[in-house]
Write a protein that binds this ligand. Structure first.
Ligand SMILES: Nc1ncnc2c1ncn2[C@@H]1O[C@H](COP(=O)(O)OP(=O)(O)OP(=O)(O)O)[C@@H](O)[C@H]1O
Ligand SMILES: [Mg+2]
Length: 516
């Protein structure tokens, strides 16, 4: 008899329904066969299924079983089709009574040899797809159930082993409990639940101010300072002052983490902006994504959040180069022979570096021991085009012992975040008619010209500063963008000279000495 079950294949961050047809042709006595572009893991399915059947008292019929996976031109990969294929074989060989309702569900899961089910990747996009195609429910391994359970209007069942699935269908779809979680309530209650806070950073008012500007305008920033100055500590706290994720953003980010298999067991919607800090030894595939079956990289895992590249000059130049285009397009396209998939990659970049190899160039108290020329060469290790995309250069010097030991209260993240949110609201109004632009950092040169006009006093201030500090032309646009954000933080409609003056301070690396 012919039985149909449904699974789902994930491409990029979207899932596609896969129809699995199992036919059992009596008397032909051949080994089972899977057709429809299965990869090796799918082909090996039959071995796992055979072992599962044995331990659970079923048998793989020794007659010809044909398993066809459609659409046939799409490559099916991975081990998660074990369960729908197994259920199809049980139905087709009439070892499962009542196999009709199998077709009302998307069923996914990898089988262990004894029938237990192992977690799968992409449960969230699979659930979204199942709902949009009008399936009644989704049956998946229990550790993925909460992840899929955030999709409303779909009956999601988490199962521990194949026995539970069989008995569910034999008992006319009874005996399993639907996952019911109030995702929205959990999401909104966890949104501000950080375990770190800017209040823990003593002093460093000017650095906190710079990070507030970065957060307010979505600007990329680099922190430059000696070892132990607190660069890592400061960068890690950036997500605590960014505006909270919207539900839509949270869903996008969670989908990427779901596909990458990076959600914790029993995880549900990601409620805080991600903070990713790949090590400097990372490969370009790990950073931007790749693999035979394209998987998202760190820049996509950081989508709607922060990518922190600690010790930037230690990263291989070629690795950083591959980030250029995705940073421009806010997504990355991975092309393979049979397909090209897009992963979103809209993130804020925060980098850190020591000012020079010994770490003490420009230090107020300590002497830099680097030979002449080395400071520039160290900076030149960073790809110029990448540096070009960084609006704020922030010099961090360590706080003194006195400052560290005083206990007067520091401003907390919630207060700073309040100001950031107000500045973002101004920008949201400003860019209402500019698709894809949400913050000042994303302004094109054309928008910049229209929006960032400055008066006579501002123009002459900028001219003098550019000459005196020997700033490059590329610094000019950066200064204008950042000053727009500073003006927004001050709720000022126009960019005033003091806003420009502050923005000019954040171009350290363009100055002589570093840029050489
Ligand atoms: N302003 C500060 N307030 C409170 N603690 C601080 C401050 N600055 C530094 N520290 C302490 O010093 C430690 C080292 O800071 P951190 O690791 O952030 O430095 P870093 O600049 O990243 O250094 P490296 O270049 O070695 O990576 C922090 O974990 C923190 O305990
Ligand atoms: Mg550090």
């Amino acid at each position: 008899m012919l039985v149909r079950t449904f699974g789902s294949a994930v491409f990029g961050v979207e899932a596609i329904t896969i129809t699995i047809e199992v036919n059992w042709i009596e008397g032909s006595g051949k080994d089972p066969l899977i057709v429809g572009l299965p990869d090796n893991a799918v082909k090996e399915s039959l071995q796992r299924i055979e072992s599962t059947f044995k331990t659970n008292g079923f048998k793989v019929p020794r007659t010809k079983v044909v398993v066809n996976m459609a659409p046939a031109d799409l490559k099916k990969s991975g081990t998660a089709f074990d369960l729908p294929i197994a259920m199809g074989i049980l139905g087709a060989s009439e070892q499962l009574q009542n196999s009709g309702p199998l077709a009302d569900y998307v069923i996914m899961g990898e089988l262990g040899l004894n029938g237990e089910l192992r977690p799968i990747r992409g449960a969230l996009p699979i659930a979204l797809q199942a709902k949009s195609k009008g399936f009644r429910g989704l049956i998946i391994p229990s550790s993925n159930a909460r992840e899929a359970g955030m999709v409303t209007g779909l009956d999601v069942y988490g199962v521990a082993n194949i026995g539970e699935v069989i008995s569910f269908f034999e008992k006319s779809e009874r005996g399993l409990t639907k996952i019911a979680i109030n995702t929205r309530e959990q999401f909104f209650s966890a949104q501000y639940d950080f375990d770190i806070d800017f209040a823990e950073v003593k002093g460093q008012e000017s650095i906190k101010r710079a990070l507030e500007i970065a957060a307010a305008g979505g600007h990329n920033a680099i922190l430059i300072g000696p070892p132990g100055a607190g660069k890592t500590m400061l960068a890690k706290r950036l997500p605590t002052i960014l505006p909270p994720l919207t539900l839509q953003e949270a869903l996008e980010t969670t989908k990427i983490h779901s596909v990458a298999g990076k959600l914790r067991e029993n995880a549900t919607l990601i409620s805080k902006r991600p903070f990713r800090s790949p090590h400097h030894s990372t490969s370009s595939a790990a950073l931007v994504g790749g693999g035979g079956i394209p998987q998202p990289g760190e820049i996509s895992l950081a989508h709607n959040g922060v990518l922190f590249l600690d010790e930037l000059p230690e990263f291989q130049r070629s690795v950083l180069e591959v980030m250029r285009q995705p940073m421009e397009e806010r997504k990355v396209t991975i092309s393979r022979a049979r397909m090209a998939v897009d992963f979103p990659a809209s993130f804020m970049l925060i980098a850190s570096m020591n000012p020079c190899p010994c770490g003490f160039y420009n230090h107020p108290e300590r002497e830099c021991t680097c030979p002449p020329g080395l400071v520039q060469r160290y900076l030149h290790r960073i790809s110029g085009p990448l540096l070009d995309r960084i609006d704020l250069h922030v010099e961090v010097t360590p706080v003194s012992f006195n400052e560290l030991s005083v206990s007067h209260a520091q401003e907390n993240s919630a207060t700073i975040r309040g100001r950031v949110i107000r500045a973002r609201e101004i920008q949201a109004q400003r860019f209402l008619t500019d698709p894809g632009v949400y913050a000042n950092a994303q302004m094109s040169s054309r928008l910049l010209k229209n929006i960032c006009s400055i008066n006579q006093a501002g123009t002459s201030l900028l001219k003098v500063a550019m000459q005196r500090l020997n700033l490059s032309a590329r610094a000019y646009e950066r200064i204008l963008k950042v000053s727009r954000t500073i003006a927004d933080l001050a709720a000022s409609a126009e960019i005033r000279p003091e806003h420009l003056a502050e923005a000019i301070q954040y171009r350290s690396l363009d100055r002589e000495g570093w840029s050489g």
